[in-house]
Write a protein that binds this ligand. Structure first.
Ligand code: UFG
Length: 327
């Protein structure tokens, strides 16, 4: 299939591009490189362009005879979305509507959308099923939820087939160490902990150790980025007119901040000093997926079920690329 990956130069998008190409799909990456990296895109596959440039999007869709879109391009810092919601509504809502309109105009009716567990806010029940209420507690989560609603409406009215994939904590890196996680600024736990092992920072801060969890630190469901990529491939292959998939992508088990740090110590052999710091605003105590629906519908199982194997692959990338992509 000919597939356009918007945001395909970013972390999850670049891993999806690699998996899709490996399976023989024709991949085009549409990215403005504001967050993504040229070096993360396979040679000759990059179309530099902005989500807000509807004509450029239409041109790309038409010229490359695109049959389906995967949409990864978004601003994704929960904290910044609270202080600068304008950016989040502009990029994640207005930008995505521009993409949807370009697709509608050209007649492309298949889309896999990167949604998030942040659409659930603070869940009533953990592990979280897709039936949990969607009540985000930050603008980032709201912007993703708005698009989930838009896709449901487009599907109903125009017969589109879509999958909204609600990622839990994307982590890890490609097994061959060629692509991995490189955010600026980096705010995610695993790369920050590994930066201590690389000697790039003195210690890691534990944001709160008095949560109502077994060891007092926050619990998250870390899902390997290659497993996310595989789920995108499986979802793409399921899309037909009117398909509506809303699926959690996680492993179904959680790791606490302390457990992640311990796994990093084990993998790197570094002592990795950690200091307890105040809670970070907006962090729910525990977010773990009930991923059985995705397992069933996509016939998909994460290959990396242990935090240790996720950390190992991330460490492979960070060791080979201590400065990330260096751009
Ligand atoms: N944490 C620390 N110290 C750090 C960084 C993080 O203790 O230096 C903790 C956080 O408080 C949190 C956990 O590690 O409990 C994971 O934090 P990340 O920032 O790595 O990830 P989040 O769970 O905050 O964010 C992820 C995705 C978002 C998504 C969100 C849903 O990155 O895109 O889950 O809540 F929206």
């Amino acid at each position: 299939m000919k597939v356009l990956l918007c945001g395909g130069a970013g972390y999850v998008g670049s891993h999806a591009a690699k998996v899709l190409m490996h399976e023989g799909h024709e991949v085009w990456v549409y990215d403005n490189l504001s967050e993504g990296h040229r070096a993360a895109v396979p040679e000759g596959r990059l179309i530099e362009g902005d989500l807000h440039d509807r004509l450029a999007l239409e041109r790309a869709l038409r010229e490359k005879q695109i049959e389906a879109v995967m949409h990864f391009a978004a601003s994704c810092y929960v904290g910044v979305s609270v202080t600068n919601p304008a950016e989040y509504y502009h990029n994640n809502v207005v930008g995505t509507l521009s993409l949807l309109e370009a697709m509608r105009y050209v007649g492309v009716k298949r889309i896999v959308f990167s949604s998030t567990c942040a659409t659930y806010g603070v869940p009533d029940v953990v592990p979280i099923t897709e039936a949990e209420k969607q009540s985000p507690i930050n603008p980032y989560g709201f912007t993703k939820l708005v698009i989930e609603h838009a896709l449901a409406d487009y599907s109903h009215a125009y017969g589109w087939g879509y999958a909204a994939l609600r990622y839990f904590n994307a982590s890890g890196a490609a097994a061959d160490g060629t692509i991995g996680e490189d955010h600026d600024p980096e705010t995610h736990l695993i790369p920050l902990v590994l930066e201590v092992a690389l000697g790039k920072r003195k210690n890691v801060k534990i944001f709160g150790d008095d949560y109502p969890t077994p060891d007092g630190t926050c619990v998250r469901d870390y899902i390997h980025v290659d497993d996310l990529a595989a789920a995108h491939l499986a979802a793409l292959e399921q899309l037909e007119d009117g398909t509506q998939l809303k699926l959690n992508l996680g492993t179904g088990s959680g790791a606490s901040v302390l457990e992640v740090i311990e796994a990093c110590r084990h993998v790197t052999g570094h002592a990795i000093p950690a200091v307890v710091a105040p809670r970070r605003e907006g962090d729910p105590p525990a977010l773990v997926a009930d991923a059985r629906e995705a397992n069933r519908v996509l016939n998909w199982q994460p290959q990396h079920k242990e935090i240790g194997s996720i950390v190992e692959s991330a460490w492979g990338w960070h060791q080979k690329h201590p400065e990330g992509y260096g751009d």
